[in-house]
Design a protein around this ligand. Structure first.
Ligand SMILES: Nc1nc2c(ncn2[C@@H]2O[C@H](COP(=O)(O)OP(=O)(O)OP(=O)(O)O)[C@@H](O)[C@H]2O)c(=O)[nH]1
Length: 315
């Protein structure tokens, strides 16, 4: 694994990819397998309600950056945080930095933020850009989102996630599409962080249409109440995603249930199996999760309408 470079600059590995591609899942697996030893891990989320820090709680040096997306409105906060890590690197034995970007970040914007800062330009070197591509939703995302294409184009390594769930023929076409977008990147596949096989043989790439400028994807919050029933919530969320799944790209939140705190999430129309979180947040970096709040990332979501819909449903 990369460690401090001969020129003394700290190597920065950027782990990016579209909303819900599987960045935290992959990184969690890498960390528990011993990769990125002695690295500081920085996790950036577009919403101000961080959740990924819970998933990465095992990272020894975890920093949460919840000041907005690090390639745009959170850029100054990223620069300040990286400067601080550089100052502490020698004393704290930090050999490198891994940054898990928000799903709305263009890695090129982050590279520009590092290169454009006179201090960081001398102290940090971008070692690798790893972009995760959703094996189930990646083709749709590349067809519809210029950001998903930019993330693929910026990568040194493309990691196709959810390879165990995706149809092999679709995965082969997605691989061919990625190779056409970025012929020099290494392409690998994974299922929940473990290596998986890429389909053999040639396949036709998807034809990607020209894209008109689209409204930006924004985070919206919904207070669902600390005691919201899981059954009611999952039914309401499924109905919302059937009706508005093209606009509501990603949902994440923590709810309290008699069984403990549940992390619930969806990627596009698919509500993911909920995950029970540890009973307390000891050792978790960053603010604790806001139990009873959902964060929805999408286009044209009206917070008032959303709240009324949830209340009418029985929330
Ligand atoms: N089957 C399968 N599910 C996966 C895999 N990777 C991620 N998931 C699931 O996909 C959902 C999103 O995964 P995350 O790791 O949170 O994705 P992310 O890219 O960090 O999400 P954002 O930070 O919101 O952009 C979760 O429900 C994961 O359990 C994978 O390789 N295989």
């Amino acid at each position: 694994m990369t460690s401090a470079r001969a020129d003394g600059r700290l190597p920065l590995t950027i782990v990016g990819g579209f909303l819900g591609a599987g960045k935290s899942t992959w990184l969690r697996h890498q960390l528990s397998a011993g990769a990125f030893a002695d690295h500081a891990v920085v996790v950036n989320e577009a919403a101000e309600t961080p959740i990924d820090n819970l998933l990465l709680a095992r990272a020894r040096r975890l920093e949460t950056l919840a000041a907005g997306c690090a390639c745009c409105e959170g850029r100054a906060a990223l620069v300040a945080l990286l400067r601080g890590l550089c100052d502490r690197a020698w004393k704290d034995g930090i050999a490198g930095v891994v940054l898990e970007t928000s799903g709305l970040a263009d890695p090129a914007g982050i590279a520009a933020a590092v290169a454009g800062d006179p201090v960081l330009a001398r102290r940090i070197a971008i070692a690798r850009v790893i972009s995760l591509v959703d094996g189930l939703n990646g083709a749709l995302q590349l067809a519809a989102e210029s950001l998903a294409r930019a993330q693929a184009e910026a990568a040194d390594t493309l990691v196709l996630t959810k390879a165990g769930m995706a149809e092999q023929s679709a995965l082969a076409r997605l691989t061919a599409t990625l190779r056409r977008l970025n012929p020099v990147a290494e392409v690998v596949a994974t299922e929940r962080g473990a290596p998986a096989r890429l389909p053999d043989g040639a396949a036709a790439p998807y034809r990607l249409p020209e894209l008109a400028a689209a409204a930006p994807i924004r985070p919206r919050r919904l207070r669902i109440g600390a005691e919201a029933g899981w059954a009611a919530l999952s039914t309401w969320l499924s109905a919302l995603l059937v009706a508005r799944g093209d606009d509501v790209v990603r949902v994440k939140g923590v709810v309290a249930t008699p069984a403990g705190r549940l992390l619930i999430q969806s990627v596009r129309q698919r509500v993911q199996p909920p995950e029970i979180l540890p009973p307390d947040d000891a050792g978790v970096a960053g603010p604790p999760p806001e139990v009873g709040t959902l964060v929805l990332l999408g286009r044209g979501i009206d917070e008032d309408l959303l709240e009324r819909s949830w209340r009418r449903f029985g929330g």
